[in-house]
Design a protein around this ligand. Structure first.
Ligand code: FEO
Length: 405
């Protein structure tokens, strides 16, 4: 790889991580990139760094444009190690550089590096710096998705450098949406955006809406959005803004996902007539077995569908562990505007279905009750109940979905 000019004298100098498949627990079957950007101006300015393992790559990419020792300013939009852990290596080259960072960012950076000799400049929303022909405007975006987060808008380039927001975990030799070739289709790129949003940004929908409204109020003219992961939005920056607004509003397909696990195939067997009942109501249905599916994919499928049925056998009067893990993970993501139900088989006293509803209620999700329990193994009579359970749930999902149309 080498530096890529994305705007006049503004370069992508990041790294492509083709091999990563587990990004702090989030599966990344397509790999990812760590994007950073270099402004070659009177005051050479670097915006963000990369994951530490890729320090030499970003330094080589910078060298292909300028002498790294000539960097004057370093903007740290976000301190998470995939973006800031190379800072120590960069600072060895330019110990006198001015660092621009939020107050919360400085607190975090101080915990990762000895910053006592670094020139740290705390910035707030609305602050600007001039690099020569370019003016940079900082926009704090606290909790999108860390307290320290901010974005940098390069006014004369109409470029929003958005850190994690609007990113995707995709390794590609293409840098832009309009020359993107590593995925099969635009819909695969969109799917990667949804997966990223569901797993990282789902809890922050209200903040996303207000931040996008703030950007609109500021009247920023944006014709390119350059995130810190994946593809740069050159052809359709407004498309990803619209996708984020829709997701922040809780947009979902009028579909149902069944997310389940099973011990001796009884709960698994229930999914067949339930999904048939759903389909016979004219609703698309996807079935996800948890131990066969990475957590981040299950979360994405939950988020894409208006309705979700959770299937769990009872183990020691509780949810099956993989289902409990999924629901705990989901609770942390604070989902909204979804309707849920639960089913499962049991041998003695039951408990899993009751536990699942307790979880739904703690998340303040809409529920369809009662759930459906089957003693040991479903017989023909139980299969009929499962079918009707699926049909009834599908009807409720259709009714519930109407309010979002
Ligand atoms: Fe890509 Fe929040 O780090």
């Amino acid at each position: 790889m080498k530096a890529v000019e994305i705007k006049p004298d503004i370069y992508w100098t990041g790294a492509v991580d083709w091999a990563v498949r587990d990004f702090h627990g989030y599966v990344t079957p397509r790999g990812t990139t760590y994007n950073n950007y270099l402004i070659k101006d009177d005051k050479i300015t670097l915006i963000d760094t990369v994951k530490h393992d890729f320090s030499s790559i970003t330094i080589d990419n910078i060298k292909s444009v300028v002498d790294p020792s000539k960097i004057v300013n370093i903007v740290i939009n976000h301190i998470e190690p995939d973006h800031a852990s190379s800072l120590g290596e960069i600072m060895k080259l330019v110990p006198d550089a001015d660092i621009y960072i939020t107050g919360k960012g400085k607190i975090g950076l101080d915990r990762h590096f000895d910053t006592s000799k670094w020139k740290m400049n705390i910035v707030k929303s609305g602050d600007t710096i001039n690099t020569g022909k370019y003016n940079l405007l900082f926009l704090e975006t606290p909790m999108l998705h860390w307290p320290d987060s901010m974005m940098t808008y390069v006014k004369e380039a109409k470029l929003l450098i958005s850190q994690d927001a609007f990113g995707q975990h995709i390794a590609s030799s293409s840098r832009f949406d309009d020359d993107f070739t590593s995925c099969a289709s635009a819909s695969e790129l969109e799917d990667a955006v949804v997966e990223y949003y569901a797993n990282i940004l789902m809890p922050f929908g209200a903040l996303i809406k207000s931040k996008i409204a703030e950007i609109e109020k500021l009247g920023l003219d944006i014709d390119m959005i350059a995130p810190d992961h994946g593809i740069i939005w050159r052809r359709e920056p407004q498309k990803v803004l619209k996708m984020y607004l829709d997701m922040a509003e809780g947009k979902a397909d009028p579909n149902i996902v069944i997310i389940y696990d099973t011990m001796w195939h009884s709960t698994g067997k229930m999914t067949l007539p339930i999904s048939q009942g759903i389909q016979d109501e004219g609703i698309d249905c996807k079935v996800i077995k948890l131990r066969a599916t990475p957590m981040s994919i299950a979360i994405k499928e939950f988020w894409k569908s208006r309705g979700a049925l959770i299937g769990s056998p009872t183990l020691n009067n509780l949810l099956y562990p993989s289902v409990a893990e999924f629901l705990t993970h989901l609770r942390g993501l604070r989902p909204k505007n979804r309707i849920t139900g639960a089913f499962g088989s049991y041998g003695w006293g039951g408990g899993a279905v009751k536990n699942a509803y307790e979880e739904f209620k703690s998340m303040k999700l809409e529920t369809v009750e009662p759930g459906l329990q089957v003693h040991y193994k479903p017989d023909l009579n139980d299969e009929t109940k499962c079918y009707e359970f699926g049909r009834n749930f599908a009807k409720k999902v259709k009714e519930y979905h109407q309010q979002f149309e």
